[in-house]
Design a protein. Structure first.
Length: 325
């Protein structure tokens, strides 16, 4: 009986050893396949701001790692370049930025990197030579601010509206310039990105068709940050409470805006996520109005968010305030 038990136990043990030897290569092969599927992207793109990253993520996708220099809640107006930022910029193969007029703190370091490190490719989205077809809309300051009423006037100063990504047409040409740059670096990506770019262009065309000829009621904006999208949708605001976050509207302008709101029965204001509530209260007084806060800098977009979703939500929030129901 004991011999029979030992003999059968050895048979079972031998079978188990054979099973392990046969299955081990299969397990290793399976593990290797999974590892290949999760291989990291072969290049890194650094975007100065989140809206540009949304465009890149949609048309380049998993062919690259997408990083953003400025953290959420910070605008180029407020940013101070840190030493750690320079190290991050050096790790990128492609840098996409707004240009020296809007982001002067990046001008010297990007020029230096582009000269010293030939493998770094740079795209200045406000440069028509680097992004053919980009449209920059000029705005003229017409709002009297506190310092102007004290004697120093700059009412005749003209400047470009920096929020160029709010134009779907601009987003399309930025996407085209970026994909061409990536295809130049790695031609193997060309077919996949051409498919993504075609789909992106179709989405932008659909936005134009779907949201054209809006039947909208009079509205004001907190400041003139939406000109590109207004131009694209063929709508126009009735006035801006201030030119930008850093300019304090003068008393004369506040009074004029309050009179306009009362006389035209304006009951809608479009604003970025942050604004001066006390200033808005002065302008609207006791009047009831609809406030639509839009995510201008894509601060609330998800880490894997894409531009077409961001713009669709932006337009939805805007229409909720201005469109006749």
């Amino acid at each position: 009986m004991r011999r029979w038990f030992i003999k059968n136990w050895l048979v079972v043990l031998g079978f188990l050893m054979i099973s392990v030897n046969v299955s081990a290569p299969l397990a290793a092969e399976t593990l290797e396949i999974k590892t290949l599927d999760k291989a990291p992207p072969s290049l890194t793109i650094m975007y100065s701001i989140r809206p540009l990253a949304l465009i890149g993520r949609e048309v380049v996708g998993d062919y690259a790692e997408h990083l953003t220099l400025l953290p959420p809640g910070i605008t180029p107006h407020d940013y101070v370049l840190k030493i750690s930022d320079i190290g991050r910029l050096k790790q990128a193969e492609v840098i996409v930025w707004m240009g020296p007029d809007i982001e002067p703190y990046l001008d010297k370091i990007i020029s230096r990197l582009a000269t010293n490190k030939k493998q770094i490719k740079v795209i200045n989205v406000s440069d028509v030579n680097q992004v053919p077809g980009i449209k920059l809309l000029t705005i003229k300051k017409t709002i009297g601010h506190q310092h102007e009423e004290d004697g120093a006037s700059d009412l005749s100063t003209a400047s470009y509206d920096p929020h160029l990504w709010l134009s779907p047409a601009n987003a399309r040409v930025i996407a085209d310039a970026l994909t061409k740059k990536i295809e130049y670096i790695n031609p193997a990506f060309q077919k996949g990105m051409e498919s993504k770019l075609k789909l992106f262009s179709e989405k932008m065309n659909f936005i134009n068709i779907k949201d054209s000829d809006l039947n909208y009621k009079p509205y004001v904006v907190y400041h003139n940050a939406f000109i590109y999208l207004e131009n694209y949708l063929k709508i126009k605001n009735s006035g801006a409470i201030t030119d930008n976050h850093h300019s304090k509207a003068g008393l004369r302008h506040i009074v004029n805006m309050a009179e306009k709101i009362n006389s035209e029965n304006i009951a809608c204001m479009i604003s970025p996520l942050t604004f001066d509530r006390k200033l808005v209260k002065k302008v609207f007084g006791e009047n009831q109005f609809c406030l639509s806060r839009v995510d201008l800098m894509a601060d609330e977009s998800k880490e894997n968010g894409i531009y077409s979703d961001y713009l669709a939500l932006f337009i939805q929030d805007l229409k909720a305030c201005i469109e006749y129901q």
